[in-house]
Design a protein around this ligand. Structure first.
Ligand SMILES: [Zn+2]
Length: 250
């Protein structure tokens, strides 16, 4: 009898576990009062949202077993901690943050990069994290909320060196798949996979990465990022990478 009830219990647990849908959180960077990087005609927040919604729609249409959660679906400001909280609250299996890059004035760059949480090895990666993290300066009491973290100070980033990211392997595997798709499916210039200290990734408790879909500061890339073709190609690339990643997680 005891053995039977144990068997039934494990059966119920197994069914409950398998019934939990895979939850994907798609985070369109910036929004509302925070435009992100600004180009000649476009704002980063709008590019991020268009790509995020198009990517999510593909997943919803083609993978009905996946639950898609958006941190924002409109042009609103969402704090970085809140974006991570949305993912944690939904017990997400994966978190993908979508951004658009900008090069420092006087420099030119083009192409896509995908980041996972970690310590930067190159100063240029730190600059990307500094720029993305500076969104918290638009939040009230940011010093208090982020425990004195100063997004502009290099010293603040030392904490990322001490962090052990248990999801690093899965995050890097997804990041590589995304870059492969950007290169082969969207024909974008592949700038690689890197680590850097992004606050939005630090607070999430699941595999995660942050995608930079192109440089808004590059005139021809800005033109591309504003096109319907970009929306299709970038969202298809993210979808393909996600599908391949999910297949390795079962
Ligand atoms: Zn951004």
């Amino acid at each position: 009898m005891k053995r039977l009830s144990l068997f039934l219990l494990s059966l119920v647990v197994a069914i409950a576990v398998s019934a939990k849908p895979f939850t994907l959180v798609i985070d369109a960077g910036h929004g509302g009062k925070d435009p992100g990087a600004v180009g000649k005609t476009l704002k980063e927040k709008d590019i991020n949202l268009r790509v995020a919604l198009a990517f999510g729609k593909l997943v919803e249409q083609r993978m009905p077993d996946v639950k898609v959660v958006y941190t924002r679906k409109t042009d609103v400001f969402v704090e970085l901690n809140e974006r991570a909280r949305i993912a944690n609250r939904n017990k997400a299996d994966l978190f993908i943050s979508i951004h658009t890059n900008a090069s420092a004035s006087g420099q030119s760059a083009r192409g896509t990069e995908t980041y996972t949480l970690g310590m930067h090895r190159a100063a240029s990666n730190l600059e990307v994290a500094k720029r993305e993290n500076s969104a918290i300066m638009l939040e009230s009491n940011y010093a208090e909320k982020y425990e004195g973290f100063d997004p502009k100070s290099s010293e603040s980033y030392i904490i990322f060196e001490l962090m052990q990211d248990q999801y690093m392997k899965q995050s890097v595997s997804l990041a590589q798949k995304i870059q492969n798709q950007f290169r082969n499916c969207a024909r974008r210039s592949d700038r690689g996979v890197y680590q850097a200290g992004f606050l939005v990734l630090r607070a999430t408790s699941m595999p995660s990465c942050l995608v930079e879909v192109g440089y808004i500061t590059n005139p021809s890339e800005e033109q591309y990022l504003g096109s319907a073709q970009a929306e299709t190609q970038l969202s298809e690339s993210l979808y393909n990478a996600f599908k391949k990643y999910k297949a390795t997680q079962q």
